[in-house]
Design a protein around this ligand. Structure first.
Ligand SMILES: [Cu+2]
Length: 167
């Protein structure tokens, strides 16, 4: 008795699903099929693949006090593959931003990718307010040359730096 009852209910449910669900059944089926397309979409950023840090880490403090707003040090030498760690110390918010006209030709896409996802714009990092927060940028895959950078909130206060990358 019990089994028959369950079997009947199950049959009705299956029938119901088949009958009424034909049109809606296709829509959910299409969604999973579209999901794998997200992988090629990520690969479409061909020029923007972040390169890892393979060398040394160079720390630059971001400071704002009675003496003014500045990076310490503001003159930095690095090799391709090194990393820069900008450490928020005082007087924030600070960030690190590069402009395409003040870096070597052809370096912008790689540098932008090396910022990762913590950005407020192209080659412009997120703002750091709390002491101890930091911004890490890989110099992997970048052409050698001179890269000027600045702090967006304190550009007018001359918070700028110069990075020279050697091969
Ligand atoms: Cu600043």
């Amino acid at each position: 008795m019990k089994f028959k009852g369950i079997a009947l209910v199950a049959s009705v449910l299956v029938l119901g699903a088949c009958g009424g669900g034909e049109t809606t059944a296709e829509a959910p089926a299409a969604a999973p099929a579209a999901a794998p397309a997200a992988t090629p979409a990520g690969g479409a950023m061909a020029s923007g693949t972040a390169m890892p840090i393979t060398g040394k880490m160079i720390e630059i403090r971001m400071v704002g006090d009675a003496k003014g707003y500045r990076y310490e040090p503001a003159i930095v030498s690095a090799q391709v593959g090194d990393g820069l760690k900008f450490l928020m110390e005082s007087g924030g918010p600070h960030n690190v931003a590069f402009e395409a006209s003040m870096i070597p030709a052809g370096s912008a896409a790689q540098l932008d990718a090396n910022f990762g996802t913590d950005k407020i714009g192209t080659m412009s990092s997120g703002l750091k307010m709390a002491p101890g927060e930091s911004i890490t940028i890989s110099l992997g895959g970048l052409p050698a040359g001179v890269y000027e950078f600045n702090c967006t909130p304190h550009l007018a206060m001359n918070m700028k730096g110069t990075l020279t990358i050697t091969p």
